[in-house]
Design a protein around this ligand. Structure first.
Ligand code: PEP
Length: 257
């Protein structure tokens, strides 16, 4: 990480876990063990229905609330969908876009990811744009090309002043929920390549200001080493963000770097 130029962001991705009642309990448990000072921004991205409870519960802890998805149209006949403005109006700050589970199970593509990035930015939300390769793609040695393509597609048509508001999360699919983590070197290599792609698109100033997270089985044991890498500016955390003690240990690791 490099605190001089960009924010360190530790973000939890709760996926389809926890009720509103459990959200409140999590916040109470967290409050008892949260460090007084934080040198990183902390975000919890939770299911839509838990957002009001999360906003209430995390306010005192100065934890921002994020959503896990949105729909790119501003309003209209899209039964079951949630717009960027609806999230913004509630007080949501971040939104995960293009998580590999959404690409895998819900048909998201680089094209829909780009539309969602535009919608989020238009509403004043910070998109957390997920990119990452499968194990097969890594073994075929196409990781760097694929990631560059995902990043270029996600940022297509986004002006520089808005690109600065984006967060990119490098999440190798083979490391998500599997307990297999990318080595610190592998994580930094790809995060560095993501920054190089952003530099190519927008120049050095924007590239050095964008927070690039690593995600994929980050936990209290491996967090410090991953976060010590110069191009890893935080984590997007699934499983370990469901447990207050583990989440706090990762925040503490970010505090120490
Ligand atoms: C994720 O879902 O974004 C993630 C990184 O999950 P996990 O930490 O459980 O691998």
């Amino acid at each position: 990480m490099n605190r001089r130029y960009r924010k360190t962001i530790i973000a939890g991705n709760w996926k389809m876990n926890k009720t509103a009642t459990e959200t409140k309990k999590f916040a109470e448990d967290l409050k008892a063990i949260m460090p007084k000072a934080k040198w990183c921004d902390v975000v919890i991205c939770c299911p839509f229905v838990n957002i009001p409870a999360a906003l209430r519960a995390f306010k005192d802890l100065r934890i921002a609330v994020g959503a896990e998805n949105l729909f790119y149209e501003p309003s209209g006949a899209y039964t079951g969908e949630v717009s960027a403005d609806m999230l913004k109006d509630l007080g949501v700050k971040y939104v995960i876009i293009g998580h590999s589970e959404r690409r895998q199970y819900f048909g998201e593509t680089d094209v829909t990811v780009n539309k969602k990035v535009h919608a989020a930015l238009e509403a004043g939300l910070h998109p957390i744009i997920c990119v990452g390769e499968s194990l097969e793609q890594r073994e075929m040695n196409i990781t760097m090309d694929l990631i560059a393509l995902q990043v270029k597609s996600a940022f297509a048509g986004v002006p520089a002043e808005k690109a600065r508001k984006c967060v990119v999360a490098y999440e190798p699919i083979w490391a998500i929920g599997t307990g297999k983590t990318a080595t610190a070197e592998q994580a930094n290599e790809v995060c560095n390549a993501i920054r190089a792609t952003i530099r190519h698109l927008y120049g050095a100033r924007v590239a050095r200001s964008v927070t690039i997270q690593y995600g994929g089985s980050m936990n209290p044991k491996n967090a410090a080493e991953l976060l010590a890498q110069p191009d890893v500016d935080g984590g997007l955390i699934g499983g370990a963000a469901l447990k207050p003690d583990q989440f706090v240990e990762i925040i503490n690791a970010a505090n120490q770097e």
